[in-house]
Design a binder for this molecule. Structure first.
Ligand SMILES: [Zn+2]
Ligand SMILES: [Zn+2]
Length: 135
């Protein structure tokens, strides 16, 4: 995971913001603090975090490293469901407001979202198991 450097936004200060886990940033020059709007990996004690936006399927996020601890078969299936969901989502977005096509796409979206989510729950417990976390 790439970490972008974050600098202080206070007047006349451009000090480097350092992360105080889990979600606090503190300027090393002036001491200004603010909450970091990022989401941590759902595995406790992992410490990797992500930008909150752009996550449309699961409310939780999982870092790449923990993701790879899930069985490959499940990950591939999840990627397939995700692709289908993304396609349905796009169809829904592009359909004219209030049209029959839009209603149909909405139904498909719900279905593929459900598939993704149900499989995520399975994968989630496998990852926690692999990490030695009791569920
Ligand atoms: Zn500062
Ligand atoms: Zn993690």
């Amino acid at each position: 995971m790439k970490v972008r450097r974050i600098f202080c936004n206070q007047p006349n200060c451009s000090g480097l913001m350092r992360l105080k886990p889990p979600r606090l940033l503190a300027c090393e020059r002036c001491g200004y603090r603010r909450v970091w709007e990022r989401t941590p990996c759902f595995v406790p004690f992992c410490g990797r975090t992500f930008k909150c936006d752009g996550w449309d399927i699961n409310e939780e996020v999982c870092c790449g490293e923990h993701w790879r601890t899930a069985p490959e078969q499940l990950r591939k299936e999840h990627a397939r469901f995700r692709r289908r969901h993304r396609l349905n989502y796009r169809l829904w977005q592009e359909a004219p407001e209030g049209s029959e096509a839009q209603a149909e796409a909405a139904g498909r979206c719900d279905a593929t979202w459900g598939l993704c989510h149900d499989l995520w729950l399975v994968i989630r417990s496998r990852i926690l198991e692999a990490a030695g976390v009791m569920t």
